[in-house]
Every structure is written in C-alpha cells, then in structure tokens.
Design a protein around this ligand. Structure first.
Ligand SMILES: [Zn+2]
Ligand SMILES: [Zn+2]
Length: 299
C-alpha cells in the first residue's frame, strides 16, 4: 500500500483544502445562524459530498474522485439522489432465460423469473439497486451514506424534481459549512435525472448557497467508445492510482454480484453493462466546472 502517496497530486491537495476552509468560513458567516453554535464545525475538516443520481453512477464515474478526497484527508459523504425506479429492469429480472449480457448473466443457469413489479414504483428494483449501492459505498470506504429517497421524476414534473433536490442539497450545505459538492455533469451526460442534479447545483451556486462545486462526466465511458475522446474540455482529468483503481473495481463488482440472500441481483450489469466495463477498464475520471453558457431544463 505505499503506492498511495507518490501518486497523489501534491501541489493541488493542500491549497485546495485551504481554499475550502476560507469558503467555509464565508458560508458560515453569511447563511448559517442555526449552525454557529456547533463548536466543532469549523475545527473538523469539511466533508466532500458526492451526489450519485442513480445507483451505479458512483461506481462508474465518481469512485476515483471519492478515493482521491479520502486520501487527502477529507471525510467523504456519498448521497444517493433518486430511488432508481426502473420498469425495464424489473422486466429483465422477470424474463426467465436471461437474454441480457448476451445470455450470460451471473445468475445460476442465467435464469431468473423473480416476479417483480414492473409498474411504478418498482419496489423490488429500488431495494435491489440500493443494496448494490450500499455494497459499492462500503467498497469505497465512504464515511457516510445519505439516501435522499426522491422518486425519479425527471421524466415527469422536472422542475419540481429539481426543487426537491435543491432543498435536500441546501440542507446538507447548511449542516456542513465549507463542504465541497460533487455532482454529475448532467449537461454532458444528457440524462434527465443527471441534468436535474446539475440544474439544482446551478441554482444553488447562483444563489451563493454552494461555492465549491465540481461535476464529473459519468457517462463519458459510454458516450465515447474511444478512450482518447473522453475528457475534452475537462477542468481536470483524474488519473486514478492503481490502489484506488482496485477499490473502484470492487465497487463496480457490487453491481455484478448475484446473492439474493443479500438482495444482490446483478442489477447494475443488467442495466448498464458496457458503461461499467468501460469504467472498469479506464483508470481516469473527468471533472468539469459549470460552463459559462449553461442552460437549465431537461435534456
Ligand atoms: Zn445515472
Ligand atoms: Zn440475467
């Protein structure tokens, strides 16, 4: 394990932390009447809070950044934003002879006829995906898992969904002054749920409620089959050290584990196998700042 330190960015780590401390004091002074009384708030290192729009996004495109922040001494909190309802996925799990993954899924005999509810809100899918998410979070060693439990209304009342995300993120920002906030780059991911997350971040930044914000292009692995095309325009391409990549691959494995006694049904691999494989093969993550021409609204 001595390989950690040589690979860690040496120049950006400490300066980033001092910037964060400054931002935290400003935020506390401006907005936080209720939290001022908490004696340890400014003494403890402020957390880096990562927002995974769905179960699996943290494994695909946030894991390396999570481990980078942990190695820099930051507490890392991992938020699951949506419940991850998904009727197509339920249908996959009900199909009997599994045709997913080229008929080669990890269920015994590649057979599963689970009788799951395919109509909204697909409770078994939500439970199963969340079990995989929690196992993934454990593999990454995050300090806290926070589940917003928001119904994924990105395809319905989009604006209301954004407002619900904003309210939850605002509460965390107030609870943890000086925290940095890491979202999906929804405008690049081109997925409505991801876009709702970056829209929420946009409005909160505009209000001055969030100051230190970054966005990972989580779907880069799927959108660009050629790895050389990934990371264009990124503020920062993270080269994930080997020891961290091993943990990221453990987190990806949580989505390809069949163990019904633990509610694990390989749902991630029935849902986005190529993306998980591409992320497994590419030891990089792609970090962006908000573009000046950012437009809110569903993609
Ligand atoms: Zn997603
Ligand atoms: Zn299957």
């Amino acid at each position: 394990m001595p390989a950690h330190d040589p690979n860690r960015p040496t120049s950006s780590g400490p300066s980033r932390r001092s910037v964060l401390t400054t931002a935290g004091l400003v935020a506390a002074g401006v907005a936080l009447d209720t939290a001022v009384g908490a004696p340890s708030a400014s003494a403890a290192a402020a957390p880096a809070i990562f927002y995974s729009p769905h179960q699996d996004d943290e494994a695909i495109g946030l894991a390396g950044s999570i481990l980078e922040h942990k190695a820099a001494g930051r507490p890392v909190y991992l938020v699951l934003v949506s419940k991850g309802e998904n009727g197509d996925l339920a249908a996959f799990m009900n199909q009997g002879n599994c045709q997913s993954l080229g008929g080669n899924c990890s269920a015994p005999g590649h057979y599963h006829k689970l009788g799951w509810q395919e109509s909204w809100p697909t409770p078994e899918v939500v439970t199963g995906r969340t079990a995989e998410f929690n196992l993934s979070a454990k593999a990454l060693g995050v300090d806290k898992v926070i589940n917003f439990k928001l119904s994924d209304e990105a395809f319905g009342d989009y604006d209301n969904f954004v407002k619900k995300i904003m309210a939850k993120v605002r509460a965390l920002a107030q609870q943890y002054p000086g925290a940095s906030h890491k979202f999906a780059a929804g405008w690049l991911d081109k997925n409505p749920t991801h876009k709702a997350c970056s829209d929420a971040a946009y409005w909160l930044m505009k209000n001055g409620e969030l100051t230190d914000v970054r966005f990972n292009h989580i779907y880069a692995y799927q959108q660009y089959p050629n790895p050389a095309d990934r990371g264009r325009g990124a503020a920062y391409v993270l080269n994930i050290p080997a020891a961290h990549m091993a943990k990221k691959r453990s987190s990806i494995l949580a989505y390809n584990t069949w163990d019904p006694s633990r509610n694990l049904y390989t749902l991630g691999y029935h849902s986005v196998p190529v993306w998980l494989e591409q992320a497994h093969a590419d030891p990089r993550e792609f970090v962006y700042t908000l573009p000046s021409n950012y437009r809110t609204g569903p993609v």
